[in-house]
Design a protein around this ligand. Structure first.
Ligand code: THU
Length: 128
């Protein structure tokens, strides 16, 4: 089982690959699935700004493409090079599609790696 520090190292590595010429905000995400798969994603921006995809959704969609519709996230880490931030609201909702309320989500806060549950980050998820 990969710990949060190791997962964050994978997220940091993929952040360097981000395509972010507009915001210069390079984000990387790494996740481990219930099956034990490791998937990563970076943000990919576009000249038509709204078409930008966040690192978290890139990693999650990659995981679905590899493992199929039963893919479940066991843990997730996200980091931006030179910045601190938790996942954006849109990505929290997408994480909730594939993760339990207790899912650990790691990010940097005040210089330290912090881990919160998905339920703490998104208490009221939308579900059909
Ligand atoms: N971004 C992410 O990749 N994940 C987030 O949770 C927040 C924002 C990206 C989108 C855009 O390329 C850049 O960061 C600035 O918003």
């Amino acid at each position: 089982m990969m710990n949060a520090d190791e997962l964050m190292n994978h997220a940091r590595a993929v952040a360097a690959k981000a395509y972010a010429p507009y915001s210069r905000f390079q984000v990387g995400c790494a996740l481990v699935t219930a099956e034990g798969g490791l998937y990563t994603g970076c943000n990919v921006e576009n000249a038509s700004y709204g078409l930008t995809i966040c690192a978290e959704r890139n990693a999650i969609f990659h995981a679905v493409a590899q493992e199929g519709q039963g893919m479940r996230i066991a843990s997730l880490a996200v980091i931006a090079l030179g910045h601190e931030f938790p996942p954006c609201g849109a990505c929290r909702q997408v994480i909730s599609e594939f993760g339990a309320p207790q899912l650990p989500v790691s990010f940097l806060q005040n210089g330290f790696l912090t881990t919160k549950t998905l339920a703490e980050l998104l208490p009221a998820t939308f579900q059909l």
